[in-house]
Write a protein that binds this ligand. Structure first.
Ligand SMILES: *[C@@H]1O[C@H](CO)[C@@H](O)[C@H](O)[C@H]1NC(C)=O
Ligand SMILES: *[C@@H]1O[C@H](CO)[C@@H](O)[C@H](O)[C@H]1NC(C)=O
Ligand SMILES: *[C@@H]1O[C@H](CO)[C@@H](O)[C@H](O)[C@H]1NC(C)=O
Ligand SMILES: *[C@@H]1O[C@H](CO)[C@@H](O)[C@H](O)[C@H]1NC(C)=O
Ligand SMILES: *[C@@H]1O[C@H](CO)[C@@H](O)[C@H](O)[C@H]1NC(C)=O
Length: 213
């Protein structure tokens, strides 16, 4: 009985805590599951070892633990971006500087998505930080990578060999209606998702019942 209970609990917890992990470019620090719902996966400060990243034709690679998800990428050209405020569009302070539109994808595992930062007029040699925003429907997740953009850099050989290449559709999906980029807010607004706590509570009650059998 206890085993059934533990299995039940752990599978529910796994469901509640499904995440994503940025593989390339390498994020600011090792993945921290509990911090991923916060700015840059909890890594507030710029790192000293930037990835020299292709200015033009490039891609990002990630591991998805969700079967259905929305992804987008915002950028900061500040030397040391430490908050969402640093990711505002230099041409429109009410918007984030978005370099990959929110687009709907599906599937678990390794995926590559094309990105072209030069097409946004960002100059060769610019130090920048990208923040990947991922929504698998149980809360918005964030990971950052510190970069130096170079027109002569290329994605390291073999990086994309194990991933499924995706297309970023120009007709971008919107984030769920519970999520808006409010003009005055520091961060993408996320409604409190009660699904996790409700399911956890339900499984605890069920577990107590099973323990008595
Ligand atoms: C930078 O160095 C840290 C500490 O050694 C390491 O964890 C991280 O992966 C490195 N980042 C890059 C982009 O190489
Ligand atoms: C980040 O930088 C701030 C200010 O420079 C500093 O107080 C803080 O300790 C740093 N955090 C980490 C984790 O290094
Ligand atoms: C880019 O950042 C590095 C430190 O990561 C710094 O040494 C360099 O001067 C910066 N380059 C520019 C153009 O700001
Ligand atoms: C600036 O961004 C906001 C929020 O996305 C948008 O509503 C507004 O139309 C934008 N303004 C301009 C001038 O593009
Ligand atoms: C994905 O695209 C990259 C870049 O075009 C390519 O090098 C790689 O082989 C592709 N991966 C697969 C699995 O087809």
């Amino acid at each position: 009985m206890r085993l059934v209970f533990l299995t039940l609990i752990s599978s529910l917890v796994a469901l509640v805590h499904a995440h994503f992990q940025l593989q390339y470019p390498i994020p600011r620090g090792p993945f921290v599951e509990d911090s991923e719902p916060t700015f840059c996966d909890g890594y507030a400060n710029v790192t000293a070892n930037r990835t020299v990243f292709p200015l033009n034709s490039a891609f990002i690679e990630l591991n998805s633990e969700h079967t259905s998800w929305i992804i987008g990428v915002i950028i900061s050209t500040a030397q040391d971006p430490t908050s969402f405020n640093d990711f505002h569009d230099p041409k429109n302070s009410s918007a984030f500087y978005q370099v990959m539109p929110f687009n709907q994808q599906s599937g678990e595992g390794l995926f590559c998505l094309p990105i072209n930062l030069g097409s946004f007029g960002i100059a060769d040699g610019t130090n920048a930080t990208i923040q990947v925003i991922f929504d698998g429907s149980d809360g918005i997740l964030y990971q950052c990578a510190d970069l130096t953009l170079s027109s002569s850099a290329t994605v390291p050989t073999g990086t994309a060999s194990g991933c499924k290449n995706l297309t970023v559709t120009s007709t971008a999906a919107a984030l769920p209606t519970s999520t808006t980029f409010a003009s005055s807010a520091n961060a993408p607004q996320v409604s409190i998702n009660m699904m996790g706590p409700v399911m956890l509570f339900g499984s605890m009650v069920l577990g107590m019942v099973l323990a008595f059998l």
